[in-house]
Design a protein around this ligand. Structure first.
Ligand SMILES: *Cc1c(COP(=O)(O)O)cnc(C)c1O
Length: 851
């Protein structure tokens, strides 16, 4: 096989010879000096190529390099960037300092999409941008992480909006040789091809490599010779196609990803799946263990220990589920090779209520540690998957949360970085979570912050006008309509931004519920408000596209012309302009459907103030002083919630936001102080450095340690745990409560002669249980009751009962001391469940008997 020519090997004059090295590392995308360096080659081309440095190398005329290599300003900039890059590669990192003994344990991070930069269009929205930001912070912190994903020939899609406001999904075919990616090579320097079984055939996957700072990302590509056309198209498009394509893509991602890791020789210790799409990684790894001779239940235990699952979807319908026969068809090679376990395989993903194979069920069954992506989403996920875990309280369901963040160097405006550099301690950028450093925001003069902000807003407005101009020219609108956009928007007006995927739960059109009231805000002569909207709707999401049409129609009304604007083709480039340049970031999803949301976090660090429903991250980020909360009864049905939220939006705009913004002599001092509150309280928390450190401390390292102990000495502990679970499952029906004795009131130990308060009285409850073959010490017996909190919520209190007497025949008596007024049945209940110090979480087995 021949190795393709690549611009990575391009020969450039010696003074700038490492430009290709910079172009082929996504590090350029979060280094402002590197971005500037590439733009200096030719600013027009740089914009035209969507800031893709490899295309700059490929399509810059060869005669340009020689003079450029003698241009002192360019060479100086080049040297500055190279120095930063070399320092970046050689510095000691947080991980090296904190976990030196784990440097050789790689974490594989699987995701269906990755958003690093507009030049590598393999993302659709927040999930991908999160994955990209995760990898970038992992690189900054020195986490030994590799990414695994798919390389889509046509990316997601380019959005065009026609004269009627109709979204047109334009497919683009990318030339991989001009993207910042390279074929991954094996030890002999040959391109790596990995075979994967799909239904009745073998699909060959070519592996590509993207460098993300110090992190490598591997992308699989089915579009190679030898595969059938249907198979080649499997990696054509992100989230494109029908269920068949979807399941095939997920098999390529999960199972193919594991095979790619093996072919690359990555010593993977943790398999972290970003959403359920990659859950088939478990199938491939169980198969490997079976091939190595392990029994099925032990194989599951081993791979479960080393898998981490992050769930992102708070709506049951949002989880991928496939008919069983479809799974059996596409996994037929695996299922026939290990036919005796067919039932066990399919059971791993079975959603019994629908008889479908659900990727989230598969992920939950095969991942020891799981998390949601905000505090509220953790709670919602625990509620949603409660039935999956047996009869326990929602807060006991073993799903934690790690709140999302964003990569500060990617999203923070260069102009603000300069300002922060001038006033904050130098560690603000390297030690972002240090809140003390951010306290010094106070000393930034009001006029300095306002000046930078105004500059960013003007930059945004120029960008918006050129986006609109392009749109109108393409749609053959008359010259005067094209020229008109020059007068659109004003840098003086309060500017509100709303940009995200046009998924219906995000309710992009909420603010249009009362056009007359909106009119009064927008067209106020002395205190006008203007709105910017942008976002793509999935090509199959017709209601989402209808929202685009509605916003477009309103933006064309005479009374809103140039004041409410819809931009086309939302991407990371546009996102940067928006989150850095508007005054207020609006987010009004239907609660609690927004698992986290991250665009508001990008806005916050740029001094853009959040105005949002208390959903996702904002529920924990909002502190009453750092933005605004859109109110409404989130327990109510959709229409009522929408009406209440709309009312709250208008009211807050009219009574608080507009007055605060326009309360200015020469400078809006109070507004700027609110901006500082927002930056100071939110930037140190909602960044991916904090997030990735949290993943490392609470998830990756414990996963590595537990897996190591499970597999040591020929899987000794894994075998014990797996056998133990089987034994418990087979014999649990023997475990029975025989009786409970409500006990009699005792006087408190420290009581004096006075009659004690009723609430101080306690009593001893006893209960006897029969255990059959199960050893009682392998269980815990608990007494549960509820106390009312000051907020009128009832909180569960769990008292562990002590074994006080072993009677005959594996009957054991337990006791516990509780408040005297509790009665069995009406106030408290008892339960018994299996426990083990070798479990990853305390409610690992969904088995509970209550009494
Ligand atoms: C950050 C980002 C998102 C995610 O926005 P949410 O507010 O979390 O929905 C989506 N698309 C792009 C291009 C982004 O940069």
């Amino acid at each position: 096989m021949t190795t393709m020519f690549s611009y990575r090997n391009m020969k450039l004059p010696q003074t700038i010879e490492r430009l290709p090295e910079l172009a082929y590392n996504m590090w350029f995308s979060w280094n402002d000096d590197a971005l500037e360096l590439f733009s200096k080659i030719n600013r027009e081309l740089w914009d035209q190529f969507l800031h893709n440095p490899v295309r700059m190398l490929a399509e810059t005329h060869p005669d340009v390099w020689e003079p450029l290599s003698k241009d002192t300003a360019f060479v100086k900039q080049y040297e500055k960037v190279i120095q930063q890059w070399d320092e970046y590669c050689s510095g000691t990192t947080w991980f090296q300092r904190t976990y030196p003994e784990f440097l050789n344990h790689q974490i594989a991070y699987f995701s269906a999409e990755f958003g690093f930069h507009e030049s590598l269009p393999i993302y659709s929205g927040g999930l991908g941008v999160l994955a990209g930001d995760h990898c970038k912070s992992a690189s900054d912190l020195g986490i030994p992480l590799v990414g695994i994903g798919l390389l889509y020939k046509k990316g997601y899609f380019n959005q065009k909006i026609n004269k009627e406001g109709q979204q047109l999904a334009e497919a683009v075919s990318y030339d991989f040789s001009k993207l910042p990616i390279l074929p991954a090579l094996d030890g002999q320097g040959q391109e790596l091809i990995v075979p994967i079984q799909l239904a009745d055939r073998t699909v060959q996957l070519k592996i590509w490599q993207v460098q993300v700072g110090l992190v490598s990302l591997y992308l699989m590509d089915a579009d190679i010779e030898g595969n059938s056309q249907w198979d080649r198209d499997l990696t054509a498009q992100l989230y494109g196609g029908n269920q068949d394509i979807r399941i095939a893509q997920e098999i390529l991602l999960g199972m193919g990803g594991v095979k790619a890791l093996r072919a690359l020789g990555v010593t993977t210790a943790v398999y972290h799946i970003n959403e359920g799409h990659a859950a088939f990684q478990a199938f491939e790894r169980i198969k490997e263990q079976l091939d190595a001779g392990l029994p099925f239940h032990i194989a599951v235990e081993v791979i479960r220990a080393s898998s981490v699952f992050t769930t992102h979807t708070p709506v049951p319908a949002g989880h991928d589920a496939f008919p069983m026969p479809m799974v059996e068809h596409y996994c037929s090679a695996l299922l026939s090779r290990w036919g005796e376990h067919k039932q066990a395989w399919t059971q791993l993903g079975l959603d019994p209520s629908k008889q479908l194979f659900n990727m989230t069920n598969l992920a939950l069954n095969t991942s020891a540690l799981r998390n949601g992506v905000s505090k509220l989403h953790g709670q919602v996920s625990r509620e949603m998957f409660r039935s999956f875990h047996g009869n326990i309280a929602a807060n006991e369901v073993p799903i934690a949360h790690i709140t999302n963040g964003v990569h500060m160097n990617t999203w923070l405006a260069p102009e603000l970085k300069e300002l922060y550099n001038r006033f904050l301690p130098g560690t603000w950028a390297t030690n972002q979570t240090n809140e003390d450093a951010w306290k010094l925001l106070d000393i930034i003069p009001v006029e300095s912050l306002w000046e930078v902000h105004t500059h960013l807003k003007e930059k945004l407005i120029r960008y918006v006008r050129s986006n609109l101009r392009e749109h109108r020219c393409r749609n053959d609108m008359p010259a005067d309509k094209v020229e008109e956009v020059r007068s659109y928007l004003s840098a003086k007006a309060l500017t509100i931004g709303f940009a995200r995927r046009f998924a219906t739960y995000k309710r992009a059109n909420l603010v249009f519920n009362d056009l007359n009231r909106l009119d009064r805000l927008v067209n106020s002569t002395d205190r006008p408000v203007q709105f910017l909207f942008a976002g793509k709707a999935h090509p199959a999401d017709l209601p989402g596209q209808e929202m685009i049409r509605e916003i477009y129609r309103i933006s064309q009304m005479d009374r809103f012309r140039g004041k409410i604007v819809l931009l086309e083709n939302y991407d990371m480039n546009m996102a940067r302009y928006l989150v850095q340049g508007v005054d207020v970031w609006l987010n009004n999803p239907r609660r609690p459907y927004e698992a986290s949301g991250t665009s508001g976090q990008k806005a916050a660090m740029n001094g853009v103030i959040n105005f949002s429903v208390l959903d996702g991250w904002w529920e924990e980020g909002y502190d009453g002083t750092n933005g605004w909360s859109i109110e409404g009864n989130s327990g109510a049905d959709g229409d009522i919630q929408a009406r209440e939220n709309t009312e709250s939006i208008y009211r807050l705009l009219e009574q608080e936001i507009v007055p605060l913004y326009y309360n200015q002599g020469k400078l809006p001092a109070q507004w700027v102080s609110r901006m500082k509150r927002s930056i100071g309280t939110l930037a140190p928390v909602y960044n991916t450095d904090r997030m990735v450190m949290e993943y490392t401390n609470t998830t990756y390292i414990p996963t590595i340690k537990r897996t190591m102990s499970l597999v040591a000495n020929q899987y000794d502990l894994a075998t014990k745990v797996a056998d133990y679970k089987n034994f418990i499952k087979a014999n649990w029906h023997f475990v029975k409560f025989l009786e409970v004795n409500d006990g009699s009131v005792k006087r408190p130990l420290n009581s004096t002669d006075r009659i004690p308060e009723l609430s101080q009285l306690t009593k001893e409850i006893t209960s006897t249980l029969k255990f059959g073959p199960i050893w009682y010490k392998d269980t815990v017996v608990e007494l549960l009751y509820y106390v009312e909190q000051p907020n009128h919520q009832w909180q569960q209190v769990t008292v562990t009962m002590n074994a006080v007497k072993e009677l005959d025949n594996r009957v054991v008596q337990y006791s516990a001391t509780v408040p005297a007024h509790l009665r069995h049945g009406s106030h408290f209940s008892l339960r018994v469940r299996p426990v083990s110090p070798n479990f990853a979480t305390s409610f690992e087995m969904p088995i509970v008997t209550t009494f």
